[in-house]
Design a protein around this ligand. Sequence first.
Ligand code: INS
Ligand code: FE2
Ligand code: FE2
Length: 358
Amino acid sequence: MSPPIFFISFFLCFSTEITPYLFSFLNKIWDSVRMTILIEQPEFGIEVEEKKVPNSEKDLVLDGGFVQPHANAFGHNFRDYEAESERQEGVEIFYKTNHINQTYEFVKKMREEYGKLDKVEMSIWECCELLNNVVDESDPDLDEPQIEHLLQTAEAIRKDYPNEDWLHLTALIHDLGKVLLLPSFGELPQWAVVGDTYPVGCAFDESIVHHKYFKENPDYNNPAYNTKFGVYEKGCGLDNVFMSWGHDDYMYLVAKENKSTLPSAGLFIVRYHSFYALHRAGAYKHLMNEEDEENLKWLKVFNKYDLYSKSKVRIDVEKVKPYYLSLIEKAKQLDSLTKDLFYRLVLSVSLSSKETGN
Ligand SMILES: O[C@H]1[C@H](O)[C@@H](O)[C@H](O)[C@@H](O)[C@H]1O
Ligand SMILES: [Fe+2]
Ligand SMILES: [Fe+2]
């Protein structure tokens, strides 16, 4: 029997009379967002990912005041998949299973199944709380519950980019797709939910973590899927590329299918934040189009916070909750033109009728 399938969806609701005003308002905001991308692209100044753990106890400081720890919570460099750490073995086993099973056919099937949205609602905050007991087995840098990670990321960004509400919200929701691990969302195995992502349907790039395990993936020897371009064309745009299935693509589908008004850069972050082969190693650029290039700049900014905010220092959830609730709440009040947020997000989770008995 196929597992019950559950869906999350965003709703955008606004009254018809204000729609024209709203669009000009949105355009203005979007223009300023675009300007920011072009003009104020932050430079972090330090090639942090290249550095080895410094001997000095001093932490590195990124632009805007965010302090990047000199090592991860286990005393190693961030994203060191070879370091003998207590997480190493589990993470490697995770990637072995992931690389063997993520095939073009599998991804197609999952996108079709999880792309059918249904209608039971849940607030964004409730969804965050569901991640209270979720630990990500693919992550060498963090073994804390995922709600911590959402807030660690969002809080770090908020400090350096206090005016980019869309980015705070993007950070808050970027990993919500990990609910796929929970029984009520189909209880997918970790290999189908977390970890770095990469395109399927073309050759697996060598920069992908634990690349050697792809040799056991059926697509590895399939001439239709194992060339540089595979089933794709030069510059086709990442939107036309099938990514390995997991929390990123799931959340992206949710947002897109429901016409979320998160800026395109926000959606791009949600969909590609685990695509390290692209945003760190520069692989697969031949598949990108111009819009991807533009959005990639924001993704690189986001990544610093997503990665280097991981720590054992817990966020005081109750303390920051009012801010995020107000962010979500303000976003819901879209019928008032005085509000400065331009999207309404209502997270909606659908239960199959079998499950709910409806
Ligand atoms: O282990 C982590 C984790 O699963 C993150 O959520 C994902 O975005 C990263 O790419 C991955 O390396
Ligand atoms: Fe993630
Ligand atoms: Fe994350």
